[in-house]
Structure formats: structure tokens, C-alpha cells
Ligand binder design. Structure first.
Ligand code: PLP
Length: 431
């Protein structure tokens, strides 16, 4: 049952907000996997790179997230946004659970098709596609895709006229950390022009899509976007006589911490603008969640490779992953990874979660800045963090909730490998 999958307790963020759905046992399993790996590395004698950063991925968390989604948004079928983390095991598990896929490019489509997923379960949700990629989609029978401009319609008419098209509208994403409507989405005042073009070219428009931006804090934007989508449905079928418009795609922008609020706002809007008819859905409602499924299953562990001590209370720590690697999310995605101490020298072996704090506190008085391994001054994970103990070279830190928009955008800048190891566990395997 959902309640057995979803624990409601607070799981250790400084803000007290939910950062994962796992219970204490699930957390202990992740911690155990981290410890086991760290124990197997002896920095005194290991091969170059054996102490590289690594992830622990809890596939049980993916299962819990799916159950949570179904409980809160039972009317909405998720199409996982592959870009957020294209991890093959996560993709496979999602596919098995019946989740479909939002792909942004040729290689994401290939990745999903290689899992044996039927092309009808893919939406090519990039409104500005290369012509050759459109031909590729046709070749692979991927029909669903989004558009937001007249030129895209001309390309689609030429290269993939059987496409099932969703018109993407712009949203008010002013509260989102990562705004998308500055780049994509048709303004409501220009929608008629697009609908007229669809009609003129005889293309098959099947739906309307939007994205409220990633990391939004004001979910009234969902209400406005669903209301605007309803308006486009009505105009399409009314004035323009487009009779196949039957899919509402509400995009991504969900995160676990705020899922209660966002799903509530969305359900209110769906009930008002897209109510079921005689107990049946009048339209198919889909979404493109990325961060929601990708973030909390992954924990990153990093080795302290160097240290510059200013005094016995203040130092600079250098670790072997940073903003050019898996923590590019600091620059690109406005994330603030949360360092925890995994292992501190022989004396304190495996500390608990409370050993760090973003602010000076009675138990955390030792200040450190944390830096990545490249020679670039920009490669800084945090300018200021507080620890209970003065860390030393050879210690390990870990960063929970670090699966979304991390490994998917890591570079090899300065020659640092980004093909980090991933240790898989499943804390829900007994279910
Ligand atoms: N769909 C589209 C078209 C996107 O551009 C993105 C993110 O950039 C997503 C879905 C996933 O968004 P999120 O990770 O906020 O759920």
C-alpha cells in the first residue's frame, strides 16, 4: 500500500522539509552501502582513481516516489524527463512500473527505445528540433512531439507529417529557479496564428502542453497554466475545427519537498477546467516530471583529497568532485548540495548526520569552505559550512538528494573522469 511505501517523517534536512520518502531502515541501507565502499578503499595504496567520488542509488526510493505520485495525482500519467538523469537502471525500473518518457534529443530517444519501450510511450518534448532529428523520430515511429512556432510546423509538415502535435504555451514562471518560458512556449496572444497554421497545413494537433519552470515556489501558476490550456483546447476545437485535441501535458516542475502543495494546486485546477465526464476522463492528462523522480534516490560520496588550514578552526577542503563534475547543479540548476560527514579519520569513524551545519551552531564550530578538484577558482561547492570536527585529508563527505541535473551534465574538464561508479540498493525490495 502507499502508506507502507511512504513514510511521512522528517528525514533530516535543515529546513525540516521532506527530502526523501525512505524510513530510517532505508536510510540505514544507503549509509551501509556508502560505508562498505569507503571501507574497501585504502588511500595509502589504492590505484589512481580508486577513491573517486561515487553514487549510491536506492531504487526502492524510485518505487516509493511512483506510489506517491499515483496517490497524489491519480489522473496524471507521468512521462519521466530523461534529461534529469538518464541512468539506465532508473529508466528500466520506471518503464517496468508503466511510467512513459519525455525525450529531448535523438540519443535520449535511442536510450529509451533500447529498453524495449514502445515509441508510443515517448513524447519528443523539445519544441525546437533539428530537421535530421525530426526525420529520426519519424524513422523510429515516435509521433508525439511539442511545437511552439510556425517554422517548426513547416519542418514537421516536410519531414514527419504524421506527427501527433502538442502546442506548448508559455507560463508565468517568475518564481521558478530555472525559468523555461523565457525560451519556450507560445504567448496566448499568438496561439491563434499557430492554430491557423496547423489547420492550413493539415497537421494533426492532439494536445496542449506547458511547463511552469523547475523549482517553482508559487503553484498558482499551475492554475493559470491549466486555465490557459483549457482556452487553447476550446479555441482549437471551436474556431479552428481541430477535432483531435485530447491530451493535456502539464510538464514538469515537481519536487518532493513541495509535492503536497503543487499536486493540490494542480488537482484544484484540473477539477475546474478538465473535470471527468460521467466518471470518465474527457482528456488524457500527462506530465513530464524529471527532478521529482531523479533527485532523492541518489547520494554522492566524495573524498577529501587536500586541505589548506588557516588555523585550527578554519580551513579550505578540496574534494574530488565539483561544479565541473556532478555538482554542476550549483551553477546550472541553483542547487545547494548539503555536505554530511561520512567518515572522519580513524578516530571518529562514521559520524552521524548531525555533524554539519550551514550556520555556526553549538555543536558545529569548525568552519570550512569546500572546493572541487579542477584548477578553476569557480569550482567551489560552498564558501562556508560548519563541522563538529576538523576534517583531514582522507575523510569522506556525502551529499544526499543529488540525482537530478547532476551526472547528466557533468564534464571531463581538467581531465577528471565523470563515469563515476554507482552502487545500487533497493530498500523496498521486500515489498
Ligand atoms: N519537460 C521539459 C520540456 C523540460 O524542459 C524539463 C526541464 O527542463 C522537464 C520536463 C523536467 O522538469 P522538472 O525536472 O522540473 O520536472
Amino acid at each position: 500500500t502507499v502508506t507502507s511505501l511512504v513514510s511521512t517523517g522528517e528525514v533530516g534536512t535543515p529546513s525540516g522539509k521532506l527530502s526523501s520518502l525512505g524510513d530510517e531502515k532505508a536510510h540505514a541501507q544507503t549509509f551501509h552501502a556508502l560505508q562498505e565502499r569507503v571501507n574497501s578503499v585504502n588511500q595509502e595504496v589504492c590505484e589512481a582513481g580508486d577513491e573517486n567520488s561515487f553514487f549510491v542509488c536506492d531504487l526502492g526510493e524510485v518505487q516509493r516516489l511512483h506510489a506517491y505520485w499515483r496517490a497524489k495525482l491519480p489522473r496524471v500519467h507521468p512521462f519521466y524527463a530523461v534529461k534529469s538523469n538518464p541512468n539506465p537502471k532508473v529508466l528500466q525500473l520506471l518503464a517496468q512500473m508503466g511510467v512513459n518518457f519525455d525525450c529531448a534529443s535523438k540519443s535520449e530517444i535511442e536510450m529509451v527505445l533500447e529498453l524495449g519501450v514502445c515509441p508510443s510511450r515517448i513524447i519528443y518534448a523539445n519544441p525546437c528540433k533539428a530537421s535530421s532529428f525530426i526525420r529520426f523520430a519519424k524513422d523510429k515511429q515516435v509521433r508525439k512531439s511539442t511545437f511552439d512556432n510556425v517554422e517548426e510546423l513547416a519542418k514537421i509538415k516536410k519531414y514527419h507529417p504524421d506527427s501527433e502535435l502538442l502546442l506548448r504555451i508559455a507560463t508565468d514562471d517568475s518564481t521558478a529557479k530555472c525559468r523555461l518560458s523565457t525560451k519556450y512556449g507560445c504567448a496566448m496572444e499568438n496561439v491563434d496564428q499557430l492554430l491557423a497554421k496547423v489547420k492550413e497545413l493539415g497537421l494533426n494537433m492532439v494536445g496542449v502542453s506547458f511547463h511552469i519552470g523547475s523549482g517553482a515556489s508559487d503553484f498558482s501558476t499551475f492554475y493559470k497554466a491549466v486555465r490557459d490550456a483549457r482556452e487553447v483546447f476550446d479555441r482549437a476545437s471551436g474556431r479552428f475545427g481541430l477535432q483531435n485535441v485530447r491530451i493535456l501535458d502539464i510538464g514538469g516542475g515537481f519536487q518532493l519537498e513541495t509535492f503536497g502543495e503543487s499536486s493540490y494546486a494542480l488537482n484544484v485546477a484540473l477539477e475546474e477546467f478538465f473535470p471527468p465526464r460521467d466518471g470518465e476522463e474527457a482528456v488524457t492528462i500527462i506530465a513530464e516530471p524529471g527532478r521529482f523522480f531523479a533527485a532523492s534516490p541518489f547520494t554522492l560520496a566524495c573524498h577529501v583529497i587536500a586541505k589548506r588550514a588557516h588555523n585550527d578552526r578554519e580551513s579550505m577542503l578540496y574534494i574530488n568532485d565539483g561544479v565541473y563534475g556532478n555538482m554542476n547543479c550549483i551553477l546550472f540548476d541553483h542547487q545547494e548540495p548539503l555536505p554530511r560527514v561520512l567518515y572522519h579519520d580513524q578516530r571518529f569513524h562514521y559520524l552521524d548526520d548531525k555533524a554539519t551545519s550551514p550556520k555556526k551552531s553549538p555543536s558545529c564550530q569548525i568552519k570550512a569552505s569546500i572546493w572541487g578538484p579542477t584548477c578553476d577558482g569557480l569550482d567551489c561547492i560552498t564558501k562556508e559550512y560548519y563541522f563538529k570536527h576538523d576534517l583531514v585529508v582522507g575523510d569522506w563527505l556525502y551529499f544526499p538528494v543529488l540525482g537530478a541535473y547532476t551526472s547528466s551534465a557533468a564534464t571531463q574538464f581538467n581531465g577528471f573522469e565523470q563515469a563515476v561508479d554507482i552502487i545500487y540498493i533497493n530498500s523496498a525490495s521486500e515489498l
